[in-house]
Design a protein around this ligand. Structure first.
Ligand code: FVH
Length: 285
C-alpha cells in the first residue's frame, strides 16, 4: 500500500547503505518518512522520492512518534542522541545499529530514565534484502513499542520479537553472525583447496547443496544427536583434511586447532564432541 494517510510517520537516523534501504522501504510502503544523516547529500535520492530532510537530529526526532536509528555503532548513537534526549521523551526508538547486548541494555536504561521507549534490533539481511521475504530482523525490549511500531517494522522484513531483555536481539544477532563468519571462512578455505579455476562448478554443484544438507537438521535436537558421527572417525577425517590442505599449500589454522581439541577429547575417553568442545572454547575465551 502507498496510503500516506493511514501509515504512521517514521524518522530514520543514519543513511548509510542500510539506513537508506530502510528509509526507502518505508517510503515505498507509504509511510511519511523524515530522514537525517551527518552527510546530508545521502538524503538526496530519498528526498526526491518524497522523504523530508530534517535539519538536525532533534528536528528529525520531533517529526515522528517512531524513530529508527541505523548508524555505525553505539558510540555514534549515544553521541547523536545525547543533545536530543528531551525530544525523545514519550517516543518510540528502534535502534538497528550493530552492538553488544550490554550496550543495548545500557542504552535502554538511559532512555527509560528519559521517558522514552526502546527496542533494540539485529538486522539479518543485507540492504537489497530489506523489505523482501528473505530478510528478517530480530527485536527485543519494550513489548509496547514493538507492538506500536509493528506496522512499520513489517515493511522492513520479517519481524521477530524475542522478549523484554533489550540485549537479547543483539545476542542472537552476534551469534548468527558468528556462525556466518565461521561458514564463510570454511567456504573460502574449501574453494582455495580445490583451486579458483574450479570454484564456480564446485560451489554450485557441490558446496552449496552440501552445506544446505548439513544445515537442514540444525535445531532439531534429537534428530541432530542421532545423526552425530562417532568422534574418533571425525578426528581421523579432520586430520586428513589438515594434511590434504597442507598438500595443496593451504595451511588451515582454524581446523588445526579444532583437530587438536578433538584429539584431546577422544584421548580423554569422551564419546560426545559438543559438551567438552564448548568447555574448551569457554576456557580459551
Ligand atoms: N550493510 C549491511 O549489510 C549490514 C547488515 C546488518 C546490519 N548492519 C549494521 O547496520 C548499521 C549501519 O550499517 P550501514 O551498512 O548503513 O553502514 P554505513 O554505510 O557505513 O553507514 C554508517 C552510518 O553511520 C553514520 N556515521 C558514522 N559515524 C558517524 C558520526 N561520528 N556521526 C554521525 N553519523 C555517523 C554514517 O554517516 P555518514 O558517514 O554518511 O555521514 C552513516 O549514516 C551498522 O551498525 C551495521 O553493522 C549493516
Amino acid at each position: 500500500t502507498t496510503d500516506t494517510t493511514t501509515n504512521s510517520p517514521v524518522t530514520v537516523l543514519g543513511l548509510g547503505s542500510m539506513g537508506s534501504a530502510l528509509a526507502a522501504a518505508l517510503l515505498k510502503a507509504g509511510h511519511p518518512t523524515t530522514v537525517w544523516n551527518r552527510s546530508p547529500g545521502k538524503a538526496d535520492d530519498l528526498v526526491a522520492a518524497g522523504a523530508v530532510r530534517a535539519a538536525s537530529v532533534t528536528d528529525a526526532i520531533k517529526a515522528s512518534p517512531l524513530v529508527i536509528a541505523c548508524l555505525l555503532d553505539y558510540p555514534v548513537v549515544e553521541e547523536l542522541l545525547a543533545p536530543a534526549a528531551d525530544a525523545l521523551t514519550g517516543r518510540d526508538l528502534v535502534n538497528l545499529t550493530n552492538g553488544t547486548p550490554d550496550q543495548a541494555r545500557a542504552l535502554a536504561a538511559r532512555l527509560d530514565a528519559r521517558g522514552a521507549w526502546y527496542v533494540d534490533g539485529g538486522i539479518m539481511a543485507i540492504p537489497r534484502l530489506i523489505g523482501t521475504p528473505e530478510g528478517f530482523i530480530l527485536y527485543s525490549g519494550s513489548r509496547e513499542t514493538f507492538d506500536r511500531a509493528r506496522p512499520a517494522l513489517d515493511r522492513l522484513g520479517g519481524a521477530h520479537y524475542l522478549g523484554g531483555d533489550a540485549g537479547l536481539a543483539s545476542l542472537y544477532d552476534l551469534a548468527l553472525l558468528s556462525a556466518m563468519y565461521g561458514m564463510a571462512s570454511g567456504v573460502r578455505h574449501a574453494i582455495t583447496m580445490v583451486g579458483e579455476e574450479r570454484a564456480a562448478e564446485f560451489g554450485s554443484a557441490y558446496l552449496a547443496p552440501w552445506l544446505q544438507a548439513m544445515a537442514a537438521p540444525i535445531g532439531q535436537g534429537a534428530a541432530e544427536d542421532e545423526e552425530a558421527s562417532p568422534l574418533g572417525m571425525q578426528a581421523v577425517g579432520m586430520s586428513n583434511i589438515v594434511e590434504a590442505s597442507r598438500g595443496e599449500g593451504v595451511p588451515n589454522v582454524l581446523l588445526s586447532h579444532l583437530l587438536i581439541a578433538m584429539q584431546d577429547i577422544v584421548d580423554a575417553g569422551h564419546d560426545d564432541l559438543l559438551p567438552p568442545l564448548i568447555d574448551q572454547i569457554r576456557k580459551a575465551g
